[in-house]
Design a binder for this molecule. Structure first.
Ligand SMILES: Cc1cc2nc3c(=O)[nH]c(=O)nc-3n(C[C@H](O)[C@H](O)[C@H](O)COP(=O)(O)O)c2cc1C
Length: 314
């Protein structure tokens, strides 16, 4: 019997597979056995009520999705009074996700939603910092660290810092949030992209720019997970392009302690459950007693220093 349990950033999970923030809503309970998941990650909320950005919000590609939703939010009271009670009853730890316009508001919101039914809070720092002319917090190592410091000062819950991949040196960002006290990093949010309709000569997204997700981004994010895992001691959660159990294993070999599945949930609602089963079978086949033994077990050529993976001659 394979031990699929992992402990990630202060949260014990019965297996390493969870949904990425924004990829499940209450209706998912009709088609997925949510009780089987390692954790249940909720959609990001903001302190204020938000409608999200104007449509169109999604552009589909063969193996990827470009989207810009804009974090529609019903706010923290709805989260505590409706969303958390709904998902709490399934059993797995519930992970909240927050975003805000300022460092102070990140801190206040973390404090406000601190609740025994929430196991950890994700800091979604891929959002504009109003005090930096709208540049994302996650693109600035100082602002990223300030967000984590403010959250840690206001809550006793573990904080998972969700990095943006839209930076030059993801390992540096991971080190900065680790230094500020983050209990885990999630690598990563969506890759910035743009789509244009040649006929109408207009952008395909209402917000012009969006985030690219889905299987096509896997090689990029896998490389980033490997760099982060070698840069920090806190656990790394892989997120980006994961669609199958084989992908889960690849991310763990690269250094992830657990993974999140996003876009694939919209296409194959059984992907998370099938991935858990596939990983268990893989471990049995390979004689691996604990899934946690996969973390960082990638066999690399001995002559390549890890820092070279940030700048390779192409
Ligand atoms: C429709 C949609 C909504 C999303 N909403 C959020 C969100 O609220 N908060 C967040 O941190 N990430 C959000 N994301 C990003 C995902 O959590 C994940 O980081 C990204 O999609 C990469 O994983 P994937 O390739 O498995 O989809 C969203 C992604 C999609 C496609």
């Amino acid at each position: 019997m394979v031990d699929l349990s992992v402990t990630v950033g202060g949260v014990r999970m019965k297996n390493p597979v969870m949904p990425a923030s924004g990829s499940i809503a209450e209706g998912m309970a009709d088609v997925v056995d949510l009780g089987r998941l390692g954790a249940i990650v909720l959609k990001t909320i903001t302190p204020d009520l938000r409608q999200g950005v104007k449509p169109p919000r999604v552009v589909e590609y063969t193996d990827a999705t470009l989207f810009s939703i804009g974090i529609p939010s019903k706010g923290p009271d709805y989260l505590l009074n409706h969303t958390v009670p709904f998902f709490d009853k399934f059993g797995p730890p519930v992970i909240a996700s927050i975003s805000a316009d300022t460092v102070e508001d990140f801190g206040k919101l973390a404090g406000y939603i601190t609740d025994p039914r929430i196991a950890a809070i994700e800091a979604n720092i891929s959002c504009p910092n109003l005090r930096a002319h709208g540049r994302a917090f996650g693109m600035d190592p100082v602002a990223s660290a300030q967000v984590i410091t403010a959250m840690k000062a206001n809550t006793t819950l573990p904080i998972w810092a969700k990095l943006t991949p839209n930076v030059g040196d993801i390992a540096e960002m991971a080190r900065c949030v680790e230094g500020a006290g983050a209990d885990a990093v999630i690598t990563a949010n969506a890759i910035l992209g743009m789509a244009i309709d040649a006929e109408t000569m207009t952008p395909r997204l209402g917000n012009v720019v969006g985030g690219l997700t889905g299987p096509a981004v896997k090689p990029v994010i896998l490389r980033m997970v490997n760099q982060c895992a070698e840069a920090v001691k806190i656990p790394v959660i892989g997120c980006g392009g994961i669609a199958t159990g084989e992908d889960v294993v690849e991310y763990m070999l690269a250094g992830a302690s657990a993974v999140q599945i996003g876009t694939t949930n919209f296409v194959h609602t059984s992907a998370m459950e099938q991935s858990i089963d596939w990983v268990a079978d893989y471990c049995t086949r390979k004689g691996i007693a604990r899934v946690s033994d996969l973390t960082g077990a990638l066999m690399l050529p001995g002559d390549q220093p890890s820092e070279q993976r940030g700048a390779v001659a192409l």
